[in-house]
Design a protein around this ligand. Structure first.
Ligand SMILES: Nc1ncnc2c1ncn2[C@@H]1O[C@H](COP(=O)(O)OP(=O)(O)OP(=O)(O)O)[C@@H](O)[C@H]1O
Ligand SMILES: [Mg+2]
Length: 222
């Protein structure tokens, strides 16, 4: 088992493997390892998991952080809620079961990006603690929860996509914050005060955290 963990198959993954439908599948260990990729990149792979209400600034902040990291020479990719729902998760709706499956798939894909040594940023409302906890279990220490802390009133005032107005008019079912709950993180790794501070302030906060925790070097990657 230790050997399997070393080869990049976490304990969580082994348990899932046992529960999976396909049994005749054997894990193939890569020749080019995550460690080799990270050494070449000059930074670690990790997942910055942005969570918060619609309009709290997940996409805006994730893309701005990515832009900064990219300029610093880091390898990055953003998995954004709406974009993923155009393809990978286009078969899913917004029922509770579909939201759970949406987050599970995103966590799985983010995990593959981490194995590729990429700093991965995900921007999903991910309203339920249980689902974020599942993502954390799957990704282990690679999971960095970033809470975009903007109050509902601010998000509703912004109403970037006009969705709050439509939800209040009863045109959208299960809309987070209006007709479906949002469970704020209890112990997020980073709290970005996106409701009151500037975008630049929030970008600095995230990038400084990454440097402070040894995910990136202060001077960036290569
Ligand atoms: N500090 C900040 N960080 C991020 N966004 C901010 C900040 N201050 C103001 N904003 C504004 O808040 C809005 C956030 O919209 P954005 O689309 O990023 O939200 P979202 O959380 O991705 O929503 P959704 O879940 O609907 O995709 C933008 O108009 C952005 O300019
Ligand atoms: Mg968004």
């Amino acid at each position: 088992m230790e050997e399997e963990v070393k080869r990049g198959m976490t304990r969580e993954r082994q348990q899932e493997r046992r529960a999976a439908k396909s049994s005749n599948v054997v894990w193939h260990a890569p020749n080019v390892t995550r460690e080799m990729r990270e050494a070449r990149n000059g930074h670690k792979g990790a997942v910055l998991w942005f969570t918060g209400l619609s309009g709290s600034g997940k996409s805006t902040l994730a893309h701005a952080v990515e832009e900064r990291l990219h300029a610093m020479g880091c390898h990055t990719f953003v998995l954004d809620g709406d974009n993923v729902r155009h393809g990978l998760c286009s078969d899913l709706g917004f029922s509770e079961a579909d939201r759970v499956e949406n987050i599970r798939r995103v966590a799985e894909v983010a995990g593959l990006f981490v194995q590729a040594g990429v700093l991965t940023l995900t921007a999903f409302i991910s309203p339920f603690r249980r689902d974020r906890a599942q993502a954390r279990r799957l990704l282990g220490d690679d999971f960095i929860e970033v809470y975009c802390a903007a109050p509902l009133e601010v998000c509703e005032q912004r109403d970037v996509k006009g969705l709050y107005r439509r939800a209040r008019a009863g045109e959208i079912a299960d809309f987070t914050g209006v007709s479906s709950p949002y469970e704020p993180p209890e112990k997020p790794d980073i709290i970005a005060p996106t409701g009151e501070e500037s975008l630049e302030h929030c970008v600095n906060l995230v990038v400084d955290w990454l440097a402070g925790h040894g995910v990136i070097r202060p001077e960036g990657g290569r």
